[in-house]
Design a binder for this molecule. Structure first.
Ligand code: FPP
Length: 247
């Protein structure tokens, strides 16, 4: 079901933001409420992701970035970490098989080297094979942390300076952005966090400088296209001034 009409994002009355990012939070609490193991919550969360990604595509969203596994999530039990990794593997296997039908472009933000060789291979394959599609781009944040991303970019820049390829005083914000995992992707217009938590949790720290936030108590597995629609409607009532004044 498509609740929003696909519109030119420039259309003033109901523009769809170009880039929405989501912290998929609340899977554990969703499972607990039902007396289920936390892993059941992640399974339900993966299904919600499928539905929301389809809906995002149908309304003409250009970029959807999701926080699937953070640099801090390794602190969870081995069982839970494995369950999340298996869900991701399964998702990517299916996405690769159905690629021509779905036409989704995949990109990965994070240090993938700590993931299983299998998952790394699937991520690389999904990214490589989907490069040609022009519709929605899904950015999976995997073993991703905003501080880690900034630190890596700083190290890369320092290395360029040491090698005589860059000059510290000449570094611009645009150049620094290009050193991040998200190079080439516009900053998120809207960041959604379900589950009632009101914090950023190390998500897109550099890129969110002027993002609009939307918080809702709905737990991620219960999040529907209508919730996304509400978030976009809320976004459309905001006045984005980027530190300036309204014209
Ligand atoms: C946060 O909820 C969620 C995660 C750390 C994992 C998110 C992973 C998925 C939705 C599955 C990934 C697979 C695909 C295909 C996207 P939480 O566990 O912290 O919830 P809680 O705060 O209620 O405990």
């Amino acid at each position: 079901m498509r609740l929003f009409q696909k519109k030119n994002p420039q259309t003033p009355e109901r523009p769809v933001p170009a880039h929405i990012a989501i912290i998929m939070d609340g899977n554990g609490r969703w499972a607990k409420k039902r007396g289920l193991p936390r892993t059941a919550g992640h399974k339900a969360g993966a299904e919600t992701f499928r539905r929301i990604a389809n809906y995002a595509k149908s309304i003409g969203l250009k970029y959807l970035t999701v926080y699937a596994f953070s640099t801090e999530n390794w602190k969870r039990s081995e069982e839970e970490v494995s369950a999340i990794m298996e869900l991701l593997e399964r998702y990517l296997r299916e996405a690769i098989a159905d690629m021509d039908k779905n036409q989704v472009r995949f990109c990965f933000f994070g240090d993938l080297s700590r993931l299983s060789p299998q998952l790394q291979q699937e991520a690389a394959l999904a990214a490589e094979r989907s490069k040609k599609y022009a519709g929605v781009q899904v950015n999976f944040c995997l073993n991703y942390g905003g501080r880690d991303e900034i630190l890596r970019a700083a190290r890369r820049f320092a290395r360029q300076c040491v090698d005589g390829q860059a000059v510290p005083e000449e570094l611009t914000q645009a150049q620094f952005s290009d050193l991040l995992y998200s190079a080439g992707v516009p900053d998120p217009d809207l960041i959604i966090r379900p589950s009632g938590e009101i914090r950023t949790s190390n998500f897109l720290l550099w890129q969110s400088a002027y993002s609009e936030y939307y918080f809702t108590d709905t737990l991620w597995p219960d999040f529907t296209a209508r919730d996304l629609e509400k978030a976009i409607a809320s976004y459309n009532h905001r006045s984005r001034r980027y530190g300036g004044v309204k014209k």
